[in-house]
Design a protein around this ligand. Structure first.
Ligand SMILES: [Fe+2]
Ligand SMILES: [Fe+2]
Length: 136
């Protein structure tokens, strides 16, 4: 069984964002698999960077929609994205300094739990708002 699995309960009702969440989960699972397989540190760092870059891209995409659709809860939702980025950047510098795959695994567990909770609450709320606006 995969480290994290997308299921219908995570659907926010907007396919483009569901697809991005699925891709994020794929990247998380790749990194997790790499750690479990004892991947060398350069590959681990590349995978960590890829995960962080895609996370940022995804947040930017949601935030673009906040603006375009004048989402009333944009500020609090974007603040959560910012806080997550701050935490993940802190993890990355510690992972690089300590060359620790255990720390990378800890970051993944944190990210998995954060993402599940964030999708289920905030992204679903935003998805429902867009759905109401007629977006599919
Ligand atoms: Fe999201
Ligand atoms: Fe979000």
């Amino acid at each position: 069984m995969a480290f994290m699995e997308w299921s219908q309960k995570f659907s926010v009702g907007i396919p483009v964002f569901d697809d991005e969440h699925k891709k994020l989960i794929v990247i998380i699972n790749d990194l997790h698999g790499g750690i479990a397989a004892g991947t060398e540190k350069e590959a681990l760092q590349r995978a960590t960077n890829r995960l962080i870059e895609y996370t940022i891209l995804h947040f930017q995409h949601e935030e673009m929609y906040f603006e375009d659709w004048v989402y009333p809860e944009a500020a609090q939702h974007a603040a959560m994205h910012a806080e997550l980025k701050r935490k993940v950047f802190a993890y990355r510098s510690r992972i690089e300094q300590e060359e620790s795959s255990e720390l990378a695994a800890e970051m993944l567990r944190f990210l998995r739990d954060w993402l599940a909770q964030h999708i289920l609450v905030e992204d679903k709320k935003f998805g429902a708002f867009l759905f109401d606006k007629g977006l599919r």
